[in-house]
Design a protein around this ligand. Structure first.
Ligand SMILES: [Zn+2]
Length: 252
């Protein structure tokens, strides 16, 4: 991420209006809403401002960042929509009590957006076979039913996009069978990467009816082994499938 250099000294609140003399030479030019946004986010991330703290007034932010009232309101409105701040009419702007969760949601989104298909595939090849044993150990009948449903829906999917969706859901269902909230969170993030543009483009470019049919067979074989609680066989099917997907997608 290209955040502007952190300014070590004062907050906008304790700085007299319009004192550009102390601004470091490398900082982006005044009048940039991006600079205001990043400055506010920096203070939330490094906890200079904590839940319940009051932000500088709109007027102070206008002066500090050389922005119009409309531009400042737009930036604050975006932060409010993300759950980072709250605004109380006649009182001011405050750091939201949900700021930690909101920052974490933003970080997940950014990580997904900056993950390449090659990185995602690298992570899948390491993680998915590794959690098979835990999934098999903890899977319930409901988990098995979900896996079957994902296979059924994938095979019936009229479009490649829908097949890809159910493909992602199947891999997530197997991970969810581990019944470990952290692992489930990682897989939700992996599906967020799959949902973004570059992966979809690669998938479309590499897609043929033959390959889809092969993936469907591999999914069934994997689910059959998982349902039989056969760890070795399930892990082997999982690895074969992932290496096949990687070969089709990335050519190695
Ligand atoms: Zn798959």
């Amino acid at each position: 991420m290209d955040r502007p250099p952190r300014r070590p000294t004062s907050t906008p609140a304790d700085k007299p209006a319009g004192s550009p003399a102390k601004r470091p030479a490398a900082a982006p030019a005044a009048g940039s809403p991006v600079r205001l946004r990043e400055s506010l986010l920096d203070k939330l991330r490094d906890r200079s401002w904590r839940a319940g703290d009051r932000l500088p007034t709109e007027r102070a932010l206008c002066d500090e960042f050389g922005l119009s009232r409309t531009a400042v309101r737009r930036v604050l409105g975006d932060l409010r929509a993300r759950g980072l701040i709250t605004q109380v009419v006649g009182s001011g702007t405050y750091v939201s009590t949900t700021v930690a969760q909101a920052l974490s949601d933003m970080a997940v989104g950014q990580a997904a957006a900056s993950t390449s298909p090659a990185e995602l595939m690298g992570a899948r090849v390491v993680l998915e076979p590794a959690l098979i044993e835990m999934a098999i150990g903890n899977a319930t009948a409901a988990d098995f039913a979900r896996m079957d449903l994902c296979c059924d829906e994938g095979e019936a999917a009229p479009s490649l996009e829908q097949f890809e969706f159910w493909d992602g859901q199947l891999h997530e269902a197997i991970a969810n069978a581990a019944h470990n909230a952290f692992i489930s969170g990682v897989f939700r993030q992996m599906n967020a990467v799959r949902a973004q543009g570059e992966w979809g483009m690669l998938k479309r470019r590499s897609a043929t009816p033959e390959r889809r049919a092969e993936y469907e067979r591999e999914h069934r074989a994997l689910v059959t082994a998982v349902k039989a609680r056969d760890v070795e066989r399930a892990r082997a099917h999982c690895m074969t499938h992932l290496l096949h997907v990687r070969w089709n997608l990335l050519g190695y």
